[in-house]
Write a protein that binds this ligand. Structure first.
Ligand code: 4AD
Ligand code: MG
Length: 462
């Protein structure tokens, strides 16, 4: 490749050689003899310094070198006499690919609030912060595949369009090609879905788990990693309508194995970030969260606390804390409860298991006590739930009874129930919210700031 990226030039570019760099102008400063341009091409957080002898470059060209403009610079790489950089480029020629009018380009030099940047999400990848976040996001996605590949899990593609509702929460986006103004009707006036594209009501997936289980019961260990959709009207910093989820599913794993996997997996990913994204993590630590690096190291180095939901409730009740939502045995834990356990009581990530069956999904393995299931949530500092999972109910009779008890659509689930009729096996799995992991790893606090183009209620711009 003729073109070198700035990350490589800064690290290993040969001094006193000719080269070409291309990128976007971050700043330009100087005096009447020389100009200094800080150029960034997105390959790393650092800029490369371009030194321009004003006698050599036409004034017209230099005038259009403003913050945001895109340039090609041909020149010579030299050792930098100034501190702060190993090398710099002496420009011999500059071509301006695209100008950026200083009157209208929104990303001028001053620091911008994350809220402001959300309104211009189409440009924010060009900021230092989003450059760092998006590079870390990429590294985490890569590490996920690496981890599973090393551990014998196959990447399994589950459908995005589906007729089933895995979580039974009903918060689904419908997919239809019917004319919303004049939908076909059956004789009794209901919408006639036999006329719809798939011949029945369909929605965007809320989880690939049910199909993932089919994969695990054939390939042994699989994982999914794909977009997931929830139409819940939750305006919180941790909920998005479109997010990415990683769902490993493994045959012959019980709840213990599942916990082991979840902890090992999370630690692997965070360690990967520490080993491979240090420049960007240091930037985030400096700019947004001075405790970030310490917290990441702490999670990698310490065991997660494992405990029963029932014990968790006892701790919360004994805490003397006034929660916005009081909780008793049987209640679904709110983020404030989860964070109390993690941040104040145990001061480390917590894996909570054996939840009341009434607050968990139909597929979880039923415990002998008749009131709890082998569910498991991993709770993280600053976030609350980052993983939800369980050992699955492998017994046909028990699963079928639960589906009935909950009044679920048995006919839509026939294929899932069938897996328990032929060659059923103990198996377990979980879902990790990729974007919540990113919140944790970047030290930011809002899911809208770790996704390139967030979708939340009333927001689907760009
Ligand atoms: O706990 P959830 O709903 O579990 C499932 O969907 C299971 N089927 C997973 C499984 O066992 N295979 O979701 C799993 C994780 C949550 O812990 C959270 O991290 C994330 O997905 N998540 C969301 N992330 C962002 N925005 C939302 N609206 C989310 N809903 C869930
Ligand atoms: Mg959950």
């Amino acid at each position: 490749m003729k073109t070198q990226r700035i990350v490589e030039i800064l690290k290993s570019g040969v001094v006193d050689s000719d080269l070409t760099v291309q990128g976007w102008v971050r700043t330009k400063r100087g005096n009447k003899n020389v100009a200094f341009i800080a150029l960034n091409d997105g390959s790393c957080a650092a800029n490369i310094q371009i030194v321009v002898d004003l006698a050599k470059i036409p004034e017209e060209t230099l005038k259009s070198v403003t913050t945001g403009a895109c340039l090609r610079v041909d020149g010579r790489l030299v050792a930098s006499p100034a501190s702060g950089q190993r090398v710099e480029v002496q420009a011999a020629a500059i071509e301006v690919y695209g100008t950026a009018d200083p009157e209208t380009y929104p990303l001028q030099k001053k620091g911008h609030s994350l809220e402001f940047l959300r309104d211009i999400a189409y440009l924010r990848p060009r900021t230092n912060t989003f450059g760092a976040v998006l590079r870390i996001r990429h590294a985490m996605a890569y590490a996920i595949h690496e981890y599973f590949n090393k551990n014998g899990f196959y990447y399994f593609h589950t459908p995005i369009i589906t007729a089933s509702d895995c979580e039974g929460a009903g918060a689904m986006f419908q997919v239809t090609t019917l004319d919303m103004n004049r939908p076909p009707r059956t004789e009794d006036g209901a919408i006639d879905y036999t006329e719809d594209f798939f011949g029945k009501p369909c929605n965007l997936t809320v989880s690939g788990q049910l199909e993932g289980e089919l994969g695990a019961l054939a390939l042994g260990r699989i994982y999914t990693f794909g977009p997931t959709f929830r139409a819940e009207n939750s305006n919180t910093p941790r909920h998005a309508s479109e997010f990415w989820m990683i769902e490993p599913e493994a045959a012959f794993f019980d709840l213990e194995d599942n916990m082991e996997l979840a902890e090992d997996f999370l630690k692997y990913l965070i360690r990967y970030a520490l080993d491979n994204c240090m420049e960007d993590l240091e930037f985030m630590n400096k700019m947004w969260d001075p405790g970030l690096l310490e917290r990441l190291r702490f999670v990698v180095e310490n065991d997660f606390k494992r405990l029963d939901y029932t014990e968790g409730i006892e701790i919360l009740k004994a805490s003397g804390r006034k929660f916005e939502f009081p909780c008793d045995w049987g209640c679904d834990l709110q983020s404030e409860h989860e964070r109390y356990l993690v941040e104040e009581h145990f001061k480390r990530p917590v894996i909570l298991i054996n939840y009341p069956k009434d607050i968990k999904a139909f597929y979880m393995k039923q415990n002998d006590d008749g009131r709890t299931v082998r569910g498991m949530d991993v709770l993280f500092p600053g976030i609350g739930e980052i993983i939800g999972g369980s050992e699955r109910e492998a017994d046909y009779g028990k699963l079928h009874a639960r589906v009935r008890e909950l009044g679920m659509n048995e006919r839509e689930l026939w294929w899932y129930l069938d897996t328990r009729r032929w060659g059923s096996a103990p198996h377990s799995g979980f879902g990790l919210g990729f974007d919540r992991l990113l919140i944790f790893v970047t030290g930011l606090t809002n899911i809208r700031d770790v996704q390139p183009f967030p979708r939340t209620p009333q927001h689907a711009d760009f």
